[in-house]
Design a protein around this ligand. Sequence first.
Ligand SMILES: [Zn+2]
Length: 466
Amino acid sequence: MTALFDPLLTSALTLDALSAGLAGHDGIAARQHLRLTRSLDAAMRGSTFYREHLRGVIPGVTPLRNLPTVTRGELMVRFDDWVTDPKLKLGDIRQFIANPRRIGEAYLDKYMIWESSGTSHQPGVFVQDAHAMAVYDALEAVRRSTPRLLHRCFDPMFQTERVAFVGAIGGHFASVASILRLRRINPWMKTSVRCFSIMRATGSLVNELNAFAPTVIVTYPTAALVLADKTTRRSLRVTPQEVWTGGEKLTVSARQRIEHALGCTVRDSYGSSEFFAMGWECARGRMHANTDWMILEPIDEHGRPVPAGQRSHSTLLTNLANHVQPLIRYELGDQLTMSPKRCECGSPLPVIEVEGRTDDLLEMAGRDGQPVILLPLALTTVLEDEAGVFDFQLRQRGLHTLVLLLNMQGPQAADAAARCRTALKRFAAAQGVTLCRIMIELGKPASAGRSGKAQRVVASKVHVRH
Ligand SMILES: [Zn+2]
């Protein structure tokens, strides 16, 4: 079983990522142009979908802005025509994904498979080839700025670290699959890198983390907030040197609370199943987009370009690294602001501010009225993975009630509602919420949250007394 790793290619790409960082704006633009031409060429030669979709386009000549955009829904219904390797069939891949024991394993000995729901209400399946993985590895190695530079110089391979990933680990999600892949490549990581499930009751998670004593914690901002709270209450007694976050919006106040409680620096990142290593914070705390290997086009609600300095309605992504499942002007859905200014750190890569998911932590009542925190990512994972629903909004009403809005009707909706009720009740009970009423309202679309994007988990204003 291969781990889908090409050391020579990774070394070459790491050197290129280093030199791109010194090459200035023109160096980045030249790389983009060359890589876009190759990506278009590969897409139009190997993908039946793109041959039709891009008819009349001349790679290297037709400007990117003249190319049609594409959505996840359009691509997923034509999956077998979208990919450039005819051996990749969606039906077979779904069987592979159904087996959690194969997370992080190479599919057909040469592909990584990631499943994603994101916030687009449409589950996606993403295939990465060895070249794409080598690009992500190189970007992760070079672009991630460390708060402990000297320590990292002596230990570039993390051999003295104990890394805890705290997240959703039951499916083929990009984060956990990438970590398990790294463990297959680097045998010493079997004991020094561990995955912890956010689906576990918080008490068990805290005990497991205390026993492991991580030096680096990799997690979501909301999960890091819960760990910070447990540290303040002295049940969690770990002393990490770094916390890496991603996947949700990290607010200024959340960052301060996490850094203060855990006593270390937080570094945020931006990634997706469509492009794993989209951005990392520099030493100045600004997020730089890896535009030597991808193109981001912020757009408004009519698909028109949004100038730098203004927040977009959505963003088009063009992945320049992955030729097996091309993404060209793909509607990512993320809202971001491209900064008009260069960063003082000297990087030629543009600074972006990403809105990210802004789901709430839910504080419910447990035994004897003690507060129990339910993580939004755990709740959405329960609904997606166990109940199989994707278009929903979960609203807290008081300390004992959750209202689930499902945008479905008819007999299928009744079945889905029953599955949701069972899955939510089981999860809440496992977390220690002794009395949890689930109310389900069918045919209701989710309303927009604070960011203008539909929030999927919304807290009520009532809080348990601490
Ligand atoms: Zn910077």
